[in-house]
Design a protein around this ligand. Structure first.
Ligand SMILES: Cc1cc2nc3c(=O)[nH]c(=O)nc-3n(C[C@H](O)[C@H](O)[C@H](O)COP(=O)(O)OP(=O)(O)OC[C@H]3O[C@@H](n4cnc5c(N)ncnc54)[C@H](O)[C@@H]3O)c2cc1C
Length: 279
């Protein structure tokens, strides 16, 4: 998985019987993140005492859920006692425990999607992968407002440089998650950047409207399956980057490979090309 090593899956059998199968759920509709958790209306109600998953030192509760696309949901997590959360830098991720339908508990890694300027919450966005081992679909099916998990502090294998050198951000699909946090950080810092975000169609790509609204002059969007498809021309954008530009790419393997291969052909040093794969 390139420079960002994916740690092995951790699936253990729960010592207590998990109640996720027995929970009665209502459909998620219109639950938005808010800065004040008291203003949020739970839209999914559990009828049993929630089981706390995970052994990490950080006790969190799910405080917001938002449907970003048909297959991607964003989750907001807060400390159960309202305490400040450990800080992190753009590119960081958290490992979260997930109850599988057979009663075992597994874990998966998710990038933090927001600039680290608020220690009140963490936000992640999770793509439902239906043909997988079931981690993401179990998370979608079992996480609800009030779900309790214990995790460790964020880790970061994909850190953003912290000086003023210009930045080229390239994201494919769900790979936008750490890249969005980077874009927000660079804006706050006043560092020049360009974001190129590619996917099938706008309705399948999270944060498109948000990014268009906030950074329209610095973002380009590419839709491979829209009525008028437009494709990202990697050799073109890389060849136009100045000699001190840092390049960050996250997305499908072929996108990452193409960026790295093109960079090499153009004589761009490997250290200037940082990448993270989710697979
Ligand atoms: C550093 C890091 C950060 C990550 N951040 C995110 C994130 O922000 N959001 C997110 O949704 N996932 C993220 N992931 C992926 C996540 O950890 C899980 O792998 C993913 O949710 C799929 O788990 P699963 O058990 O459902 O399917 P798996 O059994 O893990 O995968 C099933 C199949 O889908 C492929 N696959 C796995 N992940 C993806 C994907 N994201 N897109 C397309 N195909 C995939 C696998 O190669 C496999 O063939 C990240 C992974 C890493 C290592």
């Amino acid at each position: 998985m390139g420079k960002s090593g994916r740690s092995p899956r951790q699936t253990v059998h729960a010592s207590t019987v998990l109640s996720t199968n027995g929970l009665e759920k209502k459909a998620i509709s219109g639950c938005y993140f808010g800065r004040n958790p008291k203003q949020q209306q739970p839209v999914v109600a559990a009828r049993q005492t929630p089981v706390v998953l995970g052994n990490g030192a950080l006790p969190l509760t799910i405080s917001g859920i938002r449907q970003l696309t048909p297959r991607i949901r964003a989750y907001e997590l807060r400390h159960v006692d309202g305490e400040l959360l450990p800080s992190y830098r753009a590119g960081a991720h958290i490992r979260v425990p997930i109850a599988l339908p057979d009663g075992s508990v597994t874990s998966r890694i998710y990038s933090l999607t927001d600039a680290p300027d608020d220690q009140d919450y963490y936000r992640i966005a999770v793509l439902r992968v239906d043909d997988g081992e079931g981690g993401s679909s179990a998370l979608h099916d079992s996480w609800e407002i009030g779900t309790r998990i214990n995790i460790e502090a964020p880790e970061n294998y994909f850190p953003l440089h912290d000086d003023e050198r210009p930045t080229l951000l390239i994201a494919g699909g769900i790979g936008i998650t750490p890249i969005k946090a980077m874009a927000e950080t660079l804006v706050a810092r006043g560092t020049a950047f360009q974001l190129h975000y590619t996917g099938r169609a706008p309705q399948d790509m999270p944060f498109v409207k948000d990014l268009q609204r906030r950074f329209s002059d610095r973002c380009r969007f590419y839709f491979s399956q829209a009525q008028n498809p437009n494709r990202l021309d990697i050799p073109d954008i890389l060849s136009k980057a100045s000699a001190d530009t840092f390049i960050y790419v996250c997305g499908p393997t072929r996108l990452i490979d193409k960026v790295r291969q093109t960079a090499r052909q153009l004589g761009i040093a490997d250290e200037r090309v940082q990448f993270e794969s989710f697979i």
